[in-house]
Design a protein around this ligand. Structure first.
Ligand code: HEM
Length: 362
């Protein structure tokens, strides 16, 4: 569907810009580290705490792009071939794989815990927050793993295959290319009960979004950047129904909606819509990974409150404006934040295992 571009006057001229400082602070995390380094020798207690945090984070430091250089030198081209084939079969592969990676990393870390299938339907993927993960994402990883196993049996983790596949679908849909760090191992824990509260909801405000990302060592800047993934893919009507029909006691519809966009959403998602109906999250270029997501936010065309709030909140607005105006800057930020996302809670060395099949523990 293609809404016209009529813009409510209140959104056409954003008030600017009390928070440019916040945006630039968020862009330069290095400054903080420098401060920690000088404080270390002066304060032993603080020094101990910093060392502790450093140890806790050090697993990510074990990841490296050439991890399979001698054990499976062609792993990236094998995965790329399998992913490209799957994308040719159905575009849904792109958003499905990207979202699968995000959901995997935020629960137990990037360890393919989301891939595990349980006959009792009590694995991570069976949690309510994961039920809408599209099957094509799982299928992509399973197929890529089979192709990799045929050439390098028992060597490459499902977690790494998912990380490579997520990068590949971004590139295949026109997004930025970047080097994927490797060396993750597959986790032993995959439980539906451990998902609640770890994934963001479409009704979250900026504080809630920021704190959930913070827990995963990702900044607000990373969160705004990674939300740009909503430039591809679909959402079921139920995820934004409230914004259209029962927003608050004073207004049935969220007043931040672009009216023309809301009208089209109401057509696609009438009150008693079939629960399987889904709409494009970026109505203009739904199959292209670009910066149109941010342009839409400027126009009141964010699908979820958690999208539109990035423009409404004056703290995050400058970043949205920057990405809307400059796709190159969005692309380089997105590549950087994806690399950081890929470090969340990883298992390396002797932790975890290399699964033979991604959906079952060895
Ligand atoms: C910032 C907080 C986020 C919230 C609240 C959020 C929420 C959602 C929701 C509710 C859907 C629709 C699911 C459905 O109805 O089927 C969705 C879809 C999607 N999300 Fe997010 N998400 C967030 C961040 C991310 C991140 C960080 C990524 C990846 C880096 C991502 C990638 C996607 C993709 C690609 C889809 C489309 C899935 C498909 O078409 O199968 N999201 N998200």
């Amino acid at each position: 569907m293609t809404p016209d571009t009529a813009t409510p006057p209140s959104l056409s001229k954003p008030r600017c810009c009390g928070s440019l400082i916040l945006a630039s602070q968020l862009e330069r995390p290095g400054g903080k580290l420098e401060f920690m380094a000088t404080a270390l020798w002066r304060r032993p207690v603080l020094g101990f705490l910093i060392l502790f945090v450093a140890v806790a984070r050090s697993e990510a430091a074990h990841l490296r792009p050439d991890f399979y250089k001698s054990s499976c030198p062609n792993v990236e081209s094998i995965v790329r071939k399998a992913v490209a084939k799957k994308v040719r079969e159905t575009f849904v592969t792109v958003p499905a794989t990207l979202r699968l990676f995000f959901h995997d990393c935020f629960v137990e870390g990037c360890d393919a815990s989301v891939m595990i299938a349980s006959p009792r339907a009590d694995a991570e993927k069976d949690a309510p927050d994961n039920l809408s993960l599209a099957g094509d994402g799982f299928d992509t990883v399973i197929k890529a793993k089979q192709a990799v196993e045929a050439q390098c049996p028992g060597v490459v983790s499902c977690a790494d295959i998912l990380a490579i596949a997520a990068r590949d679908v971004i590139v295949l849909s026109g997004g930025p290319n970047f080097i994927v760090e490797l060396g993750r191992r597959d986790g032993f824990i995959s439980q539906a009960t451990r998902v609640a509260g770890r994934l963001p909801g479409p009704e979250f405000n900026l504080n809630l979004l920021s704190s959930l990302f913070r827990i995963n060592n990702l900044t607000t800047y990373d969160m705004i950047t990674l939300s740009g993934a909503h430039t591809v893919g679909f959402s079921h009507c139920s995820r934004f129904r409230k914004r259209l029909y029962s927003f608050s006691s004073s207004s049935s519809m969220d007043p931040s909606f672009n009216l023309a966009y809301a009208r089209l959403l109401k057509q696609a998602c009438p009150p008693n819509v079939d629960p399987t109906i889904a709409v494009n999250m970026d109505p203009y270029t739904p199959t292209i990974f670009d910066n149109v997501y941010y342009k839409n936010l400027l126009n009141g065309e964010g699908l979820f409150s958690s999208d539109e709030v990035l423009f409404i909140n004056r703290l995050s607005r400058p970043v949205v404006q920057k990405f809307a105006a400059n796709q190159t800057s969005f692309f380089s930020a997105f590549a950087g934040s994806m690399i950081k996302l890929g470090r969340v809670g990883v298992k390396t060395g002797i932790q975890g295992q290399i699964r033979k099949e991604c959906t079952v523990f060895n």
